[in-house]
Design a binder for this molecule. Sequence first.
Ligand SMILES: Nc1ncnc2c1ncn2[C@@H]1O[C@H](COP(=O)(O)OP(=O)(O)O)[C@@H](O)[C@H]1O
Ligand SMILES: [Mg+2]
Length: 568
Amino acid sequence: MTSKVKPIAKDMGIERRREDQPEERLMGRVIACDGGYATVAALASEASDDASSFWSIGRLISIAVGQNRVVGMVYKLNAADARWEDQQFNTIHAEIELVGEIRSSDSGELEFSRGIATYPPLGSVAHRIRSKDLMAVHLRHENRSMVIGTLSQDEQIPATVDIDNMLSRHFAIVGTTGTGKSTALALLMRKCLEVHPELRIMLFDPHNEFSTAFPDKANVLTADTLELPFWLFQHDEFAEVIFRGREGVQEEVDALRELIPEARARFGAKQANGSKLVRRSVDAGNISADTPLPYRMTDLFAIIEDEIGQLEGRHDRTVLKSLKTRLEALVNDPRYRFMFSARTVDDNMADVMGTLFRIPLNDRPITCLQLAGVPSEVVNSVISVLCRMAFDLAMWSNGTCGVLVVCEEAHRYVPQDPRLGFGPTRHSIARIAKEGRKYGVHLGVVTQRPGELDPTILSQCSTIFSLRLANDLDQEIIRSAISDSSASTISFLSSIGNREAIAFGEGIPTPMRMKFEELKTEFLPGSPIYDMPEHLEGHAPQVNLGSIISRMRGNHIRDDNRADGQAA
Ligand SMILES: Nc1ncnc2c1ncn2[C@@H]1O[C@H](COP(=O)(O)OP(=O)(O)O)[C@@H](O)[C@H]1O
Ligand SMILES: [Mg+2]
């Protein structure tokens, strides 16, 4: 079917029609109606004909019913007797899903409402929707509506999204690789910031591609610059880093759970003595393995050593020795420097959170966390910690520090298969999805495989932008996400073009097929690492193996620090 769109005359509301074309060609008549759906019989000539191209999948049409117009979307087309004669008019049957009704108010304004008061009687005339009506459907005058593109049906008509609704009930962008998800995300994030300059955004960027998209708005953190002290990790998050889901380490996990509170208490006590301040007494009983109070690894090691030296220790010596060996390996592993880099352990939680969550904003409301350089076995824990902190920050600030958490490639962190992924990550993202609304924590998920994403997460995303989906299962998932009455709207999900999307849900006036507006080249997401400098194009780039090996060994961080004059 053609999807060629002919721009409608600038003077909206006036149908442009060639004088010599019979009226019939632009019209059809209702021959069946069953409440939600109608069938329209119409005459059409070749598919390339402008006049007939409005009988095309995904188009809105209108049916005159008294003073009102019932609006419907074409979702299926048949030649009436399964034949097509060239050079003639053929009868076609268009299956229409009824999406709402347009009424003129007393003041003469057009009002669109979902739901239909009067159904079209048989024989009612169906015709191309007027531009004014299309405007009325898509431009409901809500104050926070933002234009994000144009309707595929009529490029003169803006496609809008209600940012507040979209944020508060979470959103998802799905689509096959290369269809424009990341670009759409960058576009939506910009629109959100236009409406809410005070919004903080935590973006998980698994391909390191968004630093180019927000040169003006993002504070980019890499594996080298991320600072996430180990003592901010809760017990199960820390255990994931140490044991990486290994079996048969339960005794070590349990020992760690008992020893960490002691290390926290020891550090707290030293702090209180050292500063000679009258402090709230540090009571080990109030401290759990999850309390975000600092501790020193040296204290933890000393406590483990003490335990090992005791005759009647609580834990098996081999267990403790094994635990200590693992911890030492971790602390010395350059890839985990972001957790253990601080030369002295301070209670710098305010600095860490301030940097991560942009307090103050400093004109850069986005934290773009590049995850490509973070060891994959630790990405889960990092995301778990950050999502939990985002939620806690919003909750303990009584909603004054709202955060939008955006997960690209979300199916990696919250996979559909409960055996995969990491429990605490799933839990902290699910908590945002389920309860975030109360505190102003919003979730945006992006995935090319909605079928592999935890369905409970997707079901909490009330606004969905579905770009092209090739996989049947994925299409089925999205089809079931849209309300029953609109399911036919997305029957053509496999065939839409790049940058095009079917958008539906809370933030969207009515399910629509739309094309995202063009994002300026300088703000396109892209991978700066693999971009060949212009002068090298066509030439093999110089490879400095020495510096690569140095990076692999983690020496570059020390070098950088020295250059900054802050050598250890
Ligand atoms: N809204 C848009 N404006 C401009 N270019 C776009 C837009 N959407 C997609 N593109 C182009 O398509 C390419 C692929 O888009 P991308 O967002 O990376 O897809 P995905 O994330 O789905 O793999 C981009 O590099 C860009 O050139
Ligand atoms: Mg992408």
